[in-house]
Every structure is written in structure tokens, then in C-alpha cells.
Design a protein around this ligand. Structure first.
Ligand code: P6P
Length: 352
């Protein structure tokens, strides 16, 4: 992450209790050439998050509960709330004219900005409701978003505006619909900020300024039900985290929710690593690069952590197709660096 922006504005933008609008306004003033487009887009994403949160929190009561009976491009069952979240993000972010094109986990093809809306300088990719299969059992879910500057000059955006590596992201973040609703995001040169929704006033208030992930993690998050589908190297890595044969010298705690945003958020705050290695059923990995691995990798690195496929830094992977999948190891620097060292055969085989 490039050097932090001017300290005065950064300091003002980091005051606990600020509303999201106040925070974004301070940050905008730190960039002399800012046009306000990015601020407007972030506000629209924030409002979409409020609307989705309101619906998700009443999931058991609203008619749109459960499965639609349809299967999406991922081959996953579409929940009513997947569709609602997807429609909400598109509805909130296209009229403003900041976007030239969008991509969603729920849409096989890029989503165009329809007339009469203008085409702006950003391209956004998102997972509208990650972990939605957990909705019906009241487990936390989330929304993940990523924002790139367009590469095309003007007019409707193109696929190339979306197929950019994580290292070029302008901003990325997520909403988590957990015991509280939070919005956590990173913007280039600005660091990582966490906001908590105060339902009594309907505003996101800054609760976690300048978030940093602990250098050393005490948690590993992986679905060990897939053990037989991993290769020996990945089995050895997970075995090492389960024993003392890892850099911490002790067995880590196992915590796995089955909702990437939730597992990632807990590890961001407490320190830990989330692993989704390639499996026999997902030989390229299960998680999607564009709207899961790259945005969380961008945010994790901005917070001082690491994100890799095992062989390549997530930020360096240039997507070739919209719904490209990658293996994902993401979290505290020490634990992810250990994975990289095993992949580079720099860790004694015997110990894993
Ligand atoms: P598994 C949800 O479908 C998701 O994309 C992530 O949110 C979650 O971490 C992972 O897949 C769960 O996958 O194979 O453990 O059920």
C-alpha cells in the first residue's frame, strides 16, 4: 500500500464515532484532484448495505426466505436473498453515474449500466450475499465488493475494465451481517476502516479506524471435511496448523463458519488464516478471484496481512474470465508466509 495520505485529513477521518458520510468527506479532501465520484459510489454501496442488512435481519419473517429453485452460473442454489441483494446493489449504484460496468457472482455476464444513466470512471465487482446458504440457520453472511478504475476511455464499460488484477484496485471491502452489521473497507493510500451500523439512528459509525491484522495468528479456518480431496502438501499444511509443527510452535484453534466474510472478519480482528485449497471437486479452488479473493486480499494486505494462491500473491493474478476460481490462503503474515514457504519447499517436509 502506497504511503498514507496527508496525516491531518487522515487523522480527522479516523475519529471514532464519525458517520460514514463525515469520514468519506474528510478523506476526499485529502485528494486535491478528487471529483467526488468515488465518495458518491462508496455512499451508494453503504446504503445498499443498509437495505440488505434490513432484509437479512428479518429473513425468517420475510416471504423471500429460502431457495428460488434456480441454480446460478456457479452451479449453486440461488436464495431469494441472493437475488434481492444483487438487485439492491445494482439499483443503488447504477443511477449515480459513477460506474461504467458491473460484475456479480449471480450474473453469468457483466451487468451493463442501462440508459439513461451515465457511464462513470469505475468498474465494480461484487458477491451480493456470500455464505447465503447459512441464512436459514441464522449464521452471519456478508457482501463483498471491489472497485477498479476503468481502462476503457468512456461510454459503456468493457470486460477488460473488470478483468484487472487486485494490485490495481482503488478500493475493496465487505459488509458483514453478524451480531451487528459492519462495513469494512480499504481504499488505496488510506488504510482500513470499520464502521458499525447503529440501528437507533440508521447510520454506520466509525468503530474500527486504521484496522491492522495481528502479525501472528492463533486461528486456522478450513473445511477439514475436504481433507481427502487435498494434495499431500495442503494436507501437510493443515496438519502443521493442527500440531506444533508451524511457526507458532503450538496447535492453532480451529474456527470455521462456512461463510468466508465471517471467517475472514474474525481472523482480521483476532489474527488467523483462512484456507481454501484446491480440491478434487474444485481443482482451481472454490473461491472466485474477482469478487472474493482479490477484494479481501487487497483489504488484508492494507491491514498488514498476506493473501496467496500458494504459489502467487493474489494481487498479482490477472483474471482471464469473470468467474475465475483460485485457491486462497489469506490472513496473518506469519501463517500465510508459512504456507508460501511450504509451497516453495522451504519448510522441512518432515515437519508437515
Ligand atoms: P465449503 C460460501 O459458499 C463460500 O463461498 C464461502 O463463503 C465459504 O467460506 C465457502 O464457500 C464454504 O465452502 O466447501 O466449506 O462449504
Amino acid at each position: 500500500m502506497a504511503a498514507q495520505i496527508g496525516s491531518e485529513m487522515h487523522e480527522r477521518a479516523s475519529q471514532i464515532g464519525l458517520t460514514f458520510a463525515e469520514h468519506i468527506a474528510y478523506l476526499e479532501r485529502a485528494f486535491p484532484d478528487a471529483t467526488g465520484e468515488f465518495s458518491a459510489l462508496m455512499q451508494e454501496i453503504m446504503v445498499a448495505g443498509k437495505i440488505i442488512s434490513g432484509k437479512v435481519r428479518r429473513a425468517g419473517l420475510v416471504l423471500e426466505m429460502g431457495r428460488t429453485g434456480r441454480v446460478n452460473v456457479q452451479g449453486e442454489e440461488v436464495q431469494y436473498l441472493d437475488e434481492f441483494s444483487n438487485e439492491t446493489l445494482v439499483r443503488m449504484t447504477t443511477p449515480g453515474g459513477q460506474l461504467c460496468i458491473l460484475a456479480s457472482e449471480e450474473s453469468a455476464e457483466p451487468i451493463e449500466v442501462p440508459p439513461p444513466y451515465a457511464h462513470g470512471r469505475y468498474a465494480m465487482a461484487f458477491d451480493p450475499l456470500d455464505g447465503s446458504s447459512n441464512i436459514e440457520v441464522n449464521v452471519a453472511t456478508g457482501t463483498i465488493f471491489s472497485v477498479h478504475r476503468r481502462r476503457s476511455v468512456d461510454g459503456p464499460g468493457t470486460l477488460q475494465d473488470l478483468l484487472q488484477p487486485g494490485r490495481d484496485l482503488v478500493a475493496a471491502g465487505y459488509l458483514i451481517y453478524g451480531s451487528s452489521t459492519m462495513l469494512v473497507y480499504a481504499a488505496r493510500q488510506c488504510g482500513v476502516f470499520g464502521f458499525t451500523l447503529d440501528p437507533s439512528i440508521g447510520e454506520f459509525l466509525l468503530s474500527h479506524p486504521n484496522l491492522r491484522i495481528p502479525e501472528n495468528g492463533g486461528i486456522y479456518s478450513v473445511n477439514e471435511g475436504h481433507t481427502d480431496e487435498w494434495d499431500d502438501r495442503d494436507r501437510g499444511i493443515v496438519r502443521a496448523f493442527r500440531s506444533r509443527a508451524n511457526p507458532s510452535g503450538r496447535a492453532l484453534n480451529a474456527r470455521y463458519v462456512g461463510s468466508l466474510v465471517t471467517d475472514f472478519h474474525r481472523n482480521l480482528l483476532q489474527g488467523g488464516i483462512y484456507l481454501y485449497p484446491a480440491t478434487a471437486s474444485h481443482p482451481d479452488g472454490k473461491l472466485r478471484l474477482l469478487y472474493e479473493a482479490a477484494p479481501l486480499g487487497f483489504l488484508c494486505e492494507a491491514a498488514g496481512g498476506l493473501a496467496t494462491t500458494g504459489t502467487t500473491r493474489i494481487a498479482e493474478v490477472t483474471p482471464e474470465v469473470l468467474h475465475q476460481r483460485v485457491p486462497l490462503f489469506i490472513g496473518s503474515r506469519r501463517e500465510v508466509a508459512f504456507v508460501e514457504s511450504v509451497y516453495q519447499n522451504e519448510w522441512p517436509e518432515s515437519s508437515t
